[in-house]
Design a protein around this ligand. Structure first.
Ligand SMILES: NC(=O)c1ccc[n+]([C@@H]2O[C@H](COP(=O)([O-])OP(=O)(O)OC[C@H]3O[C@@H](n4cnc5c(N)ncnc54)[C@H](OP(=O)(O)O)[C@@H]3O)[C@@H](O)[C@H]2O)c1
Length: 283
């Protein structure tokens, strides 16, 4: 049964935070949003400068942590600054929420694993290979010790678009070739699907770890080929390349990104989706 009480959405301006807040409100929940950029109707909260006196608003039953530095490059290049947000402030707020009797829902990532095996079980040991993944793993561990925490691990969440997809579309629109990576994979899930799971975890306790993943990985090159065909651009403008031939300096290239999503299926009746379902929702 769903709990009475409001839901605090920390970082409600982000892609997932906005979708989760909207879904909860559509279901009748009282939602309190936070923003670091002064969004009207949101409580101000910057995780780089949480006031020592900050306490959760009254009547909050659960809080969803959507605020984080999500750029893997930023976490690699500015680890101390990003760690203050992604680990220190997150755990600090988690402790204050627990002290006020609120449950915590924390958004994490497949990148807490090393990507050496597909469909990783939720209980597998964490083996992050990137600074971002290490920060998420540390925050997961710390929040789980507080009790009343649900970690929601997500693979690639795809809404109406993604920055990389926008870059492809614009280049193709100028009749320029694109060079998507053939050896980098994603297990895309639609934003609506991810938001449904996160909102459910905010409404009622669903156990310590939920994993939201597509059933299989697809390469960025395969995604680009499918979208280019759907948008009506010539196939020969899509020229896949490997990570090593690209200008990218990735910390780690996982072989697999899928997670075992059986807990979501068993507890919520939501089947882990086919990866193309999310790509076919791209505008
Ligand atoms: N999207 C995915 O594919 C994916 C996959 C796995 C896990 N996740 C996790 O899901 C969560 C949400 O991701 P998202 O895709 O919605 O990311 P996003 O669109 O980049 O949103 C991140 C939010 O965090 C806020 N934020 C960043 N630094 C902050 C600070 N110092 N204080 C307060 N707020 C701060 C941002 O504020 P501004 O809006 O003001 O910049 C933004 O609203 C993150 O924890 C991410 O690691 C996402």
């Amino acid at each position: 049964m769903a709990e009475a009480g409001g839901v605090l959405v920390i970082g409600a301006d982000g892609a997932i935070g906005e979708a989760v807040a909207a879904r909860l409100e559509a279901g009748g929940a009282r939602v309190v949003r936070t923003s670091r950029r002064g969004t009207a109707g949101s409580l101000p909260l910057d995780l780089e400068a949480v006031p020592a006196t900050w306490t959760p608003p009254p009547g909050i039953a659960s809080a969803v942590f959507c605020a984080a530095v999500t750029s893997t490059d930023a976490c690699r290049d500015r680890p101390e600054q990003c760690r203050r947000v992604n680990v220190d402030a997150t755990l600090d707020l988690g402790r204050r929420l627990a002290a006020a009797g609120a449950r915590t829902v924390f958004l994490s990532t497949n990148m807490v694993f090393d990507g050496s095996m597909p469909c990783v079980p939720a209980t597998a040991p964490r083996r992050p290979r990137t600074a971002y993944g290490r920060m998420k793993a540390e925050a997961e561990e710390g929040l789980l010790t507080l009790g009343g925490t649900t970690i929601v691990r997500l693979t690639k969440v795809v809404g109406r678009t993604l920055p990389v997809i926008e870059r492809w579309r614009q280049a193709l629109g100028r009749s320029e070739p694109i060079h998507p990576l053939a050896d980098l994979v994603m297990a895309p899930v639609a934003l609506d699907f991810a938001a449904a799971v996160i909102a459910a975890a905010a409404r009622e306790p669903l156990g310590p770890i939920l994993q939201v993943s597509a059933l299989a990985d697809v390469s960025y090159a395969a995604v680009a080929c499918r979208l280019a065909a759907r948008w009506g651009y010539p196939a020969d403008l899509v020229r896949p390349q490997t990570v090593s031939a690209s200008e990218l300096t990735l910390e780690h290239v996982p072989l697999h990104t899928t997670l075992d999503g059986s807990a979501v299926r068993d507890r919520l009746g939501l089947q882990p989706p086919d990866p193309w379902a999310a790509i076919d929702e791209v505008a």
